[in-house]
Design a protein around this ligand. Structure first.
Ligand code: BGC
Length: 551
């Protein structure tokens, strides 16, 4: 491998502990061939931007062949690239170029389900009930007269039943859309296939995987009724004794995956997407399982000092028990962008995928997003940045109904718009759409960008010394140069109600004011970087974070 930073010393083996990982939603990042869809060529052309931003790694959302019924989380071939995104050869070039720049590359693996167009599912449909082909999935006879009712009462995440009937009368399980049949992880062939897929990409040089729906892969074979209402399906994630979320037997799968990751001389890493109840995440991060996980408690938390403090404490304490690093995240491709969320009266996420239609003050949301970003990058030790948050992008809530693609829109009978508003293609340059999304020429982007994004392009951000982009760059630079920020030390200090104050290493403080009054800065401290202007006489205004040198 040509990356000069990739050696096998122990410190480098654990690069992931303190990494800042940038999420690339490839369909919307940059379009190299001008067809209106992002691709690998576009991503390659913007790698310098990411290196200069100062992140350690990128995580690329699914780039495999897919009918895109769920934005690529419906994979039809796990060992290839979607033709709209490029080829395996492009992937090889991307890996080499990213590694040259010192950027690690993490892919997204989707092991809970496949596309209904995947060869395995097509074979299962063609095979009779009880056949080995059907054993790879969860096929059951229905209930009621002639088996015309679904086998149980489970609701799917995007709406409707988790069961779809096949022409021969049996039903198959899908926790998400009908185009995403669930695999049966009790099947040895399924396990062997995914181990081989992991090796395929590790051999190609990828540095790790984000594991989609890690908490959903194991199911109670009895498939008992849940007695839930449709609305409570997501809130039900991780209830004790739940038949498909966060079951204890899921951990065996990850133990065998860890052996594979560790078998490489430059060990590969796993990041869990696991929505579980408090205290359960650490189980996924035991030393013989996955490396890190997204901190959804932090993402969903209201921007209020007491609540944040509780989540931060719980995260650090819980994960320390298994020796796993804490991570922090504010946005991703499934949630409304945090500039928008923080501009609302209720800043927390209460109903994932359904959080829309509230009145929003974008100026307030932006101020708070800046404060939250600096807080996130000051916390120990890992963090995730969702593409476009460094430009200050907001949720596009007024996309025309005709362009909506999230399966939630159809499955909810056109009542829930879904997640397209955080997936709008990035604005790079210029004054009019497509804002340089196509790096040379461009067809209309697959989702339309708002005209107002002319002041949010990377170019406009670059030209403004006080922009969101400059804030992210400066904070990331400080993380690299200040050992206190890169290490794992963390200590709370007393501060007024509605505020947070903590020390990182020796002599580095972070103060966050989420109250409605300015507060004095600690004695003998001098500001290193602030999310907004500080008041006269060294006070910290509301909705502002500052990092301070402290004698
Ligand atoms: C992904 C979603 C996807 C779902 C089903 C989630 O966790 O982040 O985007 O729709 O899994 O694969």
């Amino acid at each position: 491998m040509s990356n000069p930073t990739r050696t096998n010393d122990a410190a480098n083996d654990s690069w992931w502990r303190s990494a800042v990982i940038y999420q690339v939603y490839i369909r919307s990042f940059a379009d190299g061939d001008g067809d209106g869809t992002g691709d690998i060529a576009g991503l390659r052309s913007r790698l310098q931007y990411l290196a200069y931003l100062g992140v350690d790694a990128i995580w690329i959302n699914p780039w495999y062949p897919s009918p895109l019924a769920d934005g690529g989380y419906d994979v039809s071939d796990f060992r290839d690239i979607h033709p709209a995104y490029g080829t395996l050869e492009d992937a090889r070039k991307l890996l080499a170029e990213a590694h040259q720049l010192g950027l690690r590359v993490i892919l997204d693996i989707v092991p809970n389900h496949v596309s209904d167009q995947h060869a395995w599912f097509q074979q299962a449909l063609a095979a009779p009930p009880g056949s080995p082909e059907r054993e790879r999935f969860v096929f059951r006879d229905g209930r009621g007269e002639g088996g015309s009712l679904p086998p149980n009462d489970w609701y799917a995440a995007f709406g409707g039943s988790t069961w779809t009937r096949t022409p021969d009368g049996q039903w198959y399980l899908h926790l998400f859309a009908p185009e995403q049949p669930d695999l049966n992880w009790d099947n040895a062939g399924v396990r062997a296939e995914f181990e081989s897929i992991l090796r395929f990409w590790f051999d190609l040089g990828v540095d790790g995987f984000r594991i989609d729906v890690a908490h959903g892969m194991a199911k109670d074979p009895a498939l008992p009724d849940l007695g839930l209402t449709e609305f409570s399906v997501i809130a039900g994630e991780g209830q004790e004794g739940h038949p498909h979320w966060d079951r204890d037997d899921v951990h065996d799968i990850f133990r065998s995956w860890r052996v594979i990751a560790d078998s490489y001389p430059d060990p590969r890493v796993f990041v869990a997407e696991a929505h579980v109840r408090p205290g359960r995440l650490a189980d996924y991060l035991r030393p013989d399982q996955l490396h890190t996980a997204f901190n959804f408690d932090f993402l969903k938390c209201a921007l209020e000092a007491d609540k944040l403090r509780e989540v931060i404490d719980r995260t650090i304490t819980d994960l320390a028990k298994v020796g796993a690093p804490a991570t922090w995240v504010l946005s991703n491709h499934d949630e409304a962008r945090h500039v928008t969320r923080y501009g609302r009266a209720h800043t927390g996420v209460t109903t994932p995928m359904r959080d829309q239609g509230h009145s929003t003050d974008l100026a307030l949301g932006t101020r708070r997003a800046r404060a939250a970003a600096l807080l996130m990058l000051a916390l120990p030790v890992g963090a995730y940045i969702y593409q476009g948050e460094e430009l200050g992008l907001y949720e596009v809530e007024d996309l025309p109904e005709s362009v909506l693609q999230d399966p939630t829109w159809e499955r909810s009978g056109h009542t829930v718009r879904g997640r397209d508003g955080c997936r709008v293609p990035l604005p790079w340059t210029g004054d009019t759409p497509p804002f340089g999304f196509g790096t040379f020429v461009s067809a209309a982007p697959w989702l339309p960008q708002p005209d107002a994004w002319k002041s949010y392009t990377a170019e406009a951000n670059q030209a403004d010394r006080t922009s969101m982009l400059q804030l992210y760059r400066s904070a990331l630079r400080l993380r690299r140069t200040n050992p206190g920020l890169r290490g794992e030390e963390f200590r709370w200090l007393d501060s007024p109600p509605g505020t947070l104050l903590f020390e990182r290493g020796t002599g580095l403080l972070c103060a966050v004011n989420l109250s409605d009054q300015p507060i004095p800065l600690p004695d003998a401290s001098s500001p290193l970087i602030a999310s907004g202007p500080l008041g006269k006489d060294g006070v910290l205004p509301p909705d502002t974070t500052v990092l301070l040198h402290w004698d």
